[in-house]
Ligand binder design. Structure first.
Ligand SMILES: *[C@@H]1O[C@H](CO)[C@@H](O)[C@H](O)[C@H]1NC(C)=O
Length: 378
């Protein structure tokens, strides 16, 4: 019997390894899920919060085939943009206490490939004098998955993904962009946006000049939300079970879909729009997407399988789970803003205008009584 159990466990673990080999992590979804990062590489510890040097984040991400873990919590104040290497996994959930964040400059995967980032806070803000940079840049990158991350105070975009191939942004909070006040810009693709919370932006949530899967996203206090910007290009979009919620900055709730011309082909179902700003979630179906061509079935074979939550169920789930773990001051503020359902929300010009601690960046505690998260926990 013991022998049989041993064999069974061995077999199961071989199966699990096979699953992990094909997918970034258990539960990874979308086009970026094929990334394997540095999962099979060497483990590199970030041991201090310094901008550079031995034990720093910048040093840890300077080589490929690395699985990066954190022995420290708090903000790393970047003096300049930090460039990631290909084939790395960044496990923010390994940090103790309040978790790990990067502030003051761009995190860039530009031109790189095969990257997994989880539970990382990326908050550029006005500390960065380069207004042409974003919170996260993956221009011309391929096979990248960002999961349970928190993006805030991006100046050019929160996420810039021009020329990016096979990307996923899932279960993340993309909030309070300053500067151009834009969410995400994707060209080339394909891209997947799943289960994200987008809060208080002018536009680009996302700007999608590619074939896109957009499932279970919640967009709050937008001026424009999902757009293709009348691009001239022919793209396909699966837009399923998302909830658009107007806020104080929403002057035209009908810009939930924006500049979607007849070169765009769209499969839209299960989407809702709550336009009345009355403090309660009580939207109506919203599946009419500009002058786009209506698709009778999704362009991507995996889109319907992703859409297990209705738009309303996604609101509950995303508000409870999106963003880096553990949830911190900035993300709590973002979530509470959404929970006002139309009553509060500002499109900011600076992180300082939020009134949060630490000049608006919020505080990440170094210690916590909570048990340290296991490396690959969701
Ligand atoms: C993108 O992903 C597909 C599988 O979905 C793969 O066949 C293709 O090679 C990937 N593209 C690049 C540039 O790696």
């Amino acid at each position: 019997m013991a022998r049989f159990l041993g064999l069974l466990i061995a077999t199961l673990s071989v199966c699990l390894q096979a699953v992990l080999a094909q997918n970034a992590f258990s539960g990874a979804v979308g086009f970026g899920a094929i990334a394997t990062g540095g999962n099979s590489g060497s483990t590199v510890h970030v041991t201090n919060l310094a901008d550079s040097g031995t034990g720093s984040f910048r040093d840890a991400v300077s080589g490929s085939n690395r699985n990066i873990v954190f022995d420290v919590a708090g903000y790393i104040v970047l003096k300049s943009a930090v460039s990631l290497s290909s084939s790395i996994t960044i496990n923010g959930q390994t940090a103790p206490g309040g978790g790990i964040g990067l502030m003051g400059a761009e995190i860039s995967a530009s031109g790189k490939s095969n990257i997994i980032i989880r539970n990382l806070r990326m908050r550029q803000g006005t500390m960065d004098s380069d207004t042409g940079k974003s919170a996260f840049n993956m221009g011309d990158a391929k096979n990248v998955i960002l999961d349970h991350c928190s993006f805030a105070y991006g100046q050019f975009d929160s996420i810039d993904a021009v020329g990016a191939v096979n990307i996923t942004v899932s279960n993340s909070i993309i909030a309070f962009p300053i500067g151009q006040q834009f969410g995400a810009h994707v060209e080339t693709g394909p891209s997947t946006f799943y289960g994200n919370l987008w809060v208080s932006a002018h536009n680009r949530q996302p700007l999608s000049k590619d074939n896109t899967q957009y499932v279970n996203n919640i967009v709050y206090n937008y001026q424009a939300a999902y757009t293709s910007a009348n691009t001239g290009g022919y793209f396909s979009h699966d837009i399923i079970n998302n909830y658009f919620i107007a806020g104080p900055s929403t002057s035209s709730a009908g810009d939930d879909y924006y500049q979607m011309d007849n070169k765009q082909s769209v499969y839209a179902t299960g989407n809702f729009l709550d336009s009345n700003k009355d403090g309660a979630l009580n939207g109506a179906a919203a599946n009419s997407v500009g002058s786009a061509v209506v698709l009778s079935k999704p362009w991507a074979s995996t889109s319907l399988g992703l859409a297990t939550n209705s738009a309303a169920a996604a609101v509950t789930s995303v508000l409870a789970n999106a963003g880096a773990t553990p949830r911190d001051e900035v993300d709590t503020f973002a979530v509470n803003t959404v929970k006002s359902y139309g009553k509060s929300g500002t499109i900011y010009k600076s992180q300082a205008d939020t009134g949060l601690s630490n000049g608006g960046y919020g505080t990440l505690t170094a210690t916590s009584t909570k048990k340290r998260a296991v490396q690959f926990a969701v």
